[in-house]
Every structure is written in structure tokens, then in C-alpha cells.
Design a protein around this ligand. Structure first.
Ligand code: SF4
Ligand code: SF4
Length: 380
């Protein structure tokens, strides 16, 4: 079986979606592993209470088609996620309704228990508090959305499992892993712990620009699948014109030998070249990551690396004309780096850990990711 399978899917019309999904699943080994009565957790991307047209969440037409296929095999298909914010029925009911999940025919997760769990094989995150519903599933299908992402550059298969951390606890994880590479290592720990049976990517309409919530829908026109989230993400990076070396989760996967560095080393089943977007607007995190290999070792090398990381790292920046002064960013900031002055947020640079929670959860897209002039200069 190929590392990654890609099939065209022009839009979310059920007449397109169902045959495309069936073709995709057939080429990725099929669903014969499913037994009647199995409880299959569909881990969608439900980042916020946003409509399917916003391209922020996995599209309900795809979830619906998958639910039908699972139910036809006698499985119980449970759909869920834990976005940032409260992890309770009232909050998730709003998300389910806005994202169209309540139309998919799946069982919407309403088990909001959390459990402390050991991750014995983990590299940085040996213990985690996770959502109980996923632990109670017999198997997991990770159905993510292809998006640009403020902190990680790319939101696709590997990033989606952060939704197994209860929303109320996510700020704590940002605080525990303020360095993007450590955060990425934690995400890879989660991927390795959950080991979904299958990863599927909704790249019919992706999100470009100020993702993962305030970007712009961008037609790509395909679905992807595979068993290894990092190999899928390597192809996703290529599709949106993102340098894989700037994606922390890919680098963390490379450290563990989970994924090749070159696309040419992947076995891809499908006409992927047709779906490379030449003008996709990405958020490139050109920080110290890219220069680490050029630096010598020792204390001076480490200090220079730190200096470069700080100087080149992207930062949150408020677009004052779009800001309505709702204070959501101030409330959500895990580092308490935001204060309101004259009704607008001000970010304290030294305190900011660059988690981009403020950017992700700003309801007006007013908090944006800005790269310092030096980073832009070096890129040129
Ligand atoms: S969340 Fe967005 S709109 Fe609200 S205060 Fe912050 S920047 Fe302004
Ligand atoms: S200001 Fe934004 S990016 Fe900085 S720590 Fe707070 S939420 Fe994270």
C-alpha cells in the first residue's frame, strides 16, 4: 500500500463525496478491519462553532459519508473533538450545530470526561490529561482539515490529535511547551499514543492565510488518506507550497525517523501534481528552526541560535481596525501577555510565548501572525 493516497473530489456535493471517499478508502486498504458493534471514533477538526463554508472544520458531507460507510458495516460511528474553550455539552452543542455535525447521522460525543493517562513511549509528554471518549473507542479515524496554522505552519493530520486534549487544558500545554519544537514533539507523542487506524484529510476546500480559524477558503479539490500522519503532512505541505523544513511537527517526526525528509521518498498513489496550489497563502515560521543546522555547537552556537529564534520568530499583532475590543484574546492568553489599552489588546513581547491562541480564537480575525522584517529579508 502507498504511503499516501490522493483522489480528486471537486466539491462537497454528496454525489461527488461518497464515490470519492469510497475510492480513497478502497486504495488505502478498505474497511474490512471493522467488525459489527465496534465503536469507531471519528476525530474531526471542530476548531470552533463555525459554519462549513468557513473552511475551518472538517466538512459535514464527508463525515456523513464516512458515518454511512461505518454504519453499513454495523459499527457505531462517534463524532467528536475538543476545541479550545469549555469542554461541556453546552459549548460542544453549539460547535456541533454550527459545523453541521448534527446532520451527519453519527453519534455526537457527549462524554465530556477527562482522564490522566501515561504515555510510556513519549519523548516529551509522558503523562497527559486526555478526553475520555477517544479512550473508549475500539479504533480512531482521524479526519482532519487542511489549513494554514499560526503556530505550526500547517494544520493537517499530525496537529489534529491536539483535539484529544480537553479544551480547558490546552493553554496549560502551550505553557508547558512554549518552544514550537517542544510543542511539536508533544503533538507527535500524542499521534504515537493514539495511533489512529486511519488518517483522512479534507482538502476539497482548504483554509489559507490567517488560519486555523480566520483564514480564507481555498479550493484544492482532493482527499488524502494514509496510515502515517507525517507522511500525509509532507504531501500536504507540498500541496500548499509550504517548505517542510518550517513545519515543526515534520521536523519532530524526522527526529524519530517517522517520515522521510524528501517527497521523492514517499510512495504516493494519485495524481497529486495536479493539486499543487501555486498561490496558496501560508504562514511560514522561518525562525531558528531553519538555521540550527548552520550553527556550530557549544555555548556560542546555542546563544546565537536563541538570538536568531527570537529575532526571526513570527509574533501576534493586532489589526486595530478589525478589533472590536471583545477581550477574548486577553482571557485566553495562557501567558497573561495581553492587556487592554484604550479598548484594544497590547501584547507584551517578553511575556508572549508565541502559542498563537489569541490569533486562533479571535472572532474577528483581528489578531494576525506577523513576521519581523529581518525574517522577511532573510527569506528573500
Ligand atoms: S479577540 Fe480579537 S477582536 Fe477581541 S479584543 Fe482580541 S484582537 Fe480584538
Ligand atoms: S499573546 Fe497570543 S501568542 Fe502570545 S502568549 Fe498570549 S495567546 Fe499566546
Amino acid at each position: 500500500m502507498a504511503d499516501v493516497v490522493l483522489v480528486p473530489c471537486a466539491n462537497y456535493d454528496p454525489a461527488h463525496v461518497r464515490p470519492a471517499l469510497e475510492a480513497l478508502l478502497a486504495r488505502v486498504g478498505g474497511l474490512d478491519w471493522i467488525r459489527p458493534g465496534m465503536r469507531i471514533g471519528i476525530k474531526a477538526n471542530l476548531v470552533a462553532a463555525m459554519s462549513p463554508d468557513s473552511a475551518a472544520t472538517t466538512h459535514p458531507a464527508l463525515i456523513s459519508a464516512l458515518v454511512e460507510l461505518l454504519q453499513a458495516r454495523g459499527a457505531v460511528a462517534v463524532v467528536g473533538d475538543s476545541p479550545g474553550g469549555l469542554y461541556n455539552a453546552a459549548f460542544l452543542n453549539r460547535v456541533y450545530a454550527a459545523s453541521g455535525m448534527d446532520t451527519t447521522g453519527g453519534v455526537l460525543n457527549r462524554d465530556f470526561s477527562t482522564r490522566d493517562t501515561a504515555l510510556p513511549e513519549a519523548v516529551v509528554c509522558k503523562h497527559a490529561t486526555v478526553t475520555g471518549w477517544l479512550l473508549d473507542c475500539d479504533a480512531i479515524i482521524n479526519f482532519c482539515k487542511l489549513k494554514s496554522h499560526g503556530m505550526m505552519g500547517l494544520s493537517a493530520a499530525a496537529k489534529n490529535l491536539f483535539g484529544s486534549i480537553p479544551g480547558t487544558m490546552k493553554p496549560e500545554y502551550h505553557f508547558r511547551y512554549p518552544d514550537p519544537m517542544d510543542f511539536a514533539r508533544m503533538l507527535v507523542d500524542l499521534d504515537e499514543f493514539w495511533k489512529p487506524q486511519l488518517h483522512l484529510v479534507d482538502a476539497v476546500v482548504a483554509m489559507e492565510g490567517n488560519g486555523p480559524t480566520a483564514g480564507t477558503p481555498k479550493q484544492i479539490g482532493c482527499l488524502l488518506a494514509g496510515e502515517n500522519p507525517h507522511r500525509i503532512d509532507l504531501l500536504c505541505a507540498k500541496l500548499i507550497g509550504l517548505d517542510p523544513g518550517t513545519v515543526p511537527t515534520l521536523r519532530a517526526a524526522w527526529e524519530r525517523g517517522l517520515c522521510p525528509e524528501q517527497l521523492s521518498e514517499l510512495e504516493i498513489d494519485g495524481p497529486w501534481e495536479r493539486f499543487v496550489s501555486r498561490d496558496f497563502v501560508t504562514i511560514t515560521q522561518r525562525n531558528g528552526l531553519q538555521f540550527q543546522n548552520l550553527l556550530g555547537g557549544g555555548v556560542r552556537g546555542a546563544l546565537f541560535s536563541r538570538f536568531l529564534s527570537r529575532s526571526l520568530a513570527a509574533r501576534p499583532s493586532v489589526e486595530k481596525t478589525a478589533c472590536v475590543g471583545c477581550r477574548k484574546c486577553e482571557r485566553i492568553c495562557p501567558a497573561k501577555a495581553i492587556t487592554m489599552r484604550r479598548g484594544k489588546p497590547v501584547v507584551e513581547r517578553k511575556t508572549c510565548i508565541r502559542c498563537f491562541c489569541c490569533q486562533e480564537f479571535c472572532p474577528k480575525g483581528a489578531m494576525q501572525v506577523r513576521r519581523p522584517p529581518l525574517a522577511k529579508l532573510l527569506e528573500r
